[in-house]
Design a protein around this ligand. Structure first.
Ligand SMILES: *Cc1c(COP(=O)(O)O)cnc(C)c1O
Length: 406
């Protein structure tokens, strides 16, 4: 099945009891049990079923199943936010004394999280993600995971996932990829060697900014070494479900990171058009980037432009488009603010992945907690505007940028 068919028909959908075409919202915290024996089995992973929504719920499960199919994984755990997903995905396998190697062009919130983890004895080594030598040089005996984003935000660098996976696996370490900006429509990181995939489903998957959520999808492919990952030992009997079983029986349930059933429903409705929206938004982004690229006094960064340093990696990895985010530099912070205020269609919003075009000045907002060096590494400049291109008519967007820049 192609992406869109799989999205609509790849999992059990609707309600088998009534024939409802959408999975209902099971707005219930807990579930009746038919017998004490069955309840015991449920708590010992010897039966399937539902007991408490913090652990699992039918609406949330329907959403998780769709994400598993789209990312071509084995199992998905849905979380209350993208950040909750990243936190849980890491702490499931990383503890005090361990280290993480990651790219220095990450989403600002994730960089902040890595700094928060220092208080728990977890050290993160930030490297230039486009340089495999520096990635390898940062790996040592304490390194437990490699982490990168498919498309860095807002640097818009494209990670060579096969190269990172090869490095990780050569050292017996799993690779976690945050696929939020690309979405499974453009690339399934697991097919290129990633072991675990994160999505902030608040963005393109939900599609209309109606709810915050995130997912952790495991490939089931990574072979956990008992010496290096001793806490995985009791879960190895679950085979390809070992990582997910540890998460769901441990940190995920105990930190209370669950998604709300209502959010799962919003996502299930929104994601039906993920392929259509991405196709349109990527085309719009490319057209807008080409238009802006011809203007004097404007520098455009978009991985779909041949001038981008990541054009080759993007062409290799992203077959259906290069994403729907671009940045433009206009010469000064004053001019950037003036252009933003003069734009009529794009709204000033610190978000991406909406149907509507959104703009933000990252330097004064999203990077407010970053050092000057961190901003430089993440390609954040004070004259730069980030544009999350929506699905409007491209002629209208181009006209709007034309008048605003004038
Ligand atoms: C937004 C975002 C996150 C965080 O997700 P939330 O749902 O806002 O918690 C993580 N990674 C990337 C790349 C993002 O864009």
């Amino acid at each position: 099945m192609g992406f869109n068919t799989k999205l609509l028909h790849g999992t059990k959908a609707g309600d088998p009891v009534t024939g409802a075409t959408l999975t209902p919202i099971y707005q219930s915290s807990a579930f009746y049990q038919p017998s004490a024996e069955q309840h015991e089995k449920l708590f010992h992973n010897k039966a399937q079923g539902y007991s408490y929504t913090r652990i699992e719920n039918p609406t949330i499960e329907a959403f998780e199943d769709k994400m598993t199919v789209l990312e071509n994984g084995k199992a998905t755990v849905a979380c209350s936010s993208g950040m909750a997903a990243i936190t849980n995905a890491l702490l499931n396998i990383v503890g005090a004394g361990d280290e993480i190697v990651t790219s220095n062009s990450l989403y600002g919130g994730t960089i902040d999280l890595f700094h928060d983890l220092e208080a728990f004895g977890i050290k993160t080594n930030f490297v230039d993600g486009s340089n495999p030598t520096s990635v390898e040089a940062a790996i040592n005996d304490n390194t437990k995971v490699l982490f990168a984003e498919t498309i860095g935000n807002p640097k818009l660098d494209v990670t060579d996932i096969p190269a990172w996976a090869k490095l990780a696996h050569g050292h017996g370490i799993p690779l976690i990829i945050d696929n939020t900006v690309a979405t499974p429509y453009l690339v399934r990181p697991i097919e290129h060697g990633a072991d675990i995939v994160i999505n902030s489903t608040s963005k393109y998957v939900n599609g209309n900014s109606s709810a915050i959520s995130g997912t952790i999808t495991d490939s089931g492919n990574f072979k956990w070494d008992q010496e290096r990952y001793p806490l995985m030992k009791p879960y190895l009997k679950f085979g390809p479900f070992a990582y997910t079983a540890k998460l769901r029986n441990g940190l995920f349930r105990n930190t209370g990171a669950c998604m709300a059933p209502q959010t799962a429903f919003y996502n299930l409705v929104g994601m039906e058009t993920l392929g259509l929206r991405m196709e349109r938004a990527c085309n719009n982004a490319l057209e807008l980037a080409c238009y802006l690229d011809l203007l004097d006094g404007v520098t455009v960064n978009y991985p779909g432009l041949a001038t981008s340093p990541w054009y080759d990696t993007a062409s290799k990895l992203l077959k259906k488009g290069c994403g729907a985010i671009l940045t433009l530099r206009v010469g000064s912070k004053e001019r950037a603010f003036a252009v933003m205020n003069a734009l009529k269609i794009p709204k000033i919003v610190s978000n991406i992945g909406d149907t509507k075009t959104l703009i933000v000045h990252p330097e004064s907002t999203l990077s407010a907690h970053s050092t000057e060096q961190e901003k430089k590494d993440a390609a954040v400049y004070d004259d730069m505007i980030r544009v999350s291109v929506g699905i409007e008519d491209i002629e209208d967007l181009i006209h709007d940028f034309e008048q605003a820049l004038k």
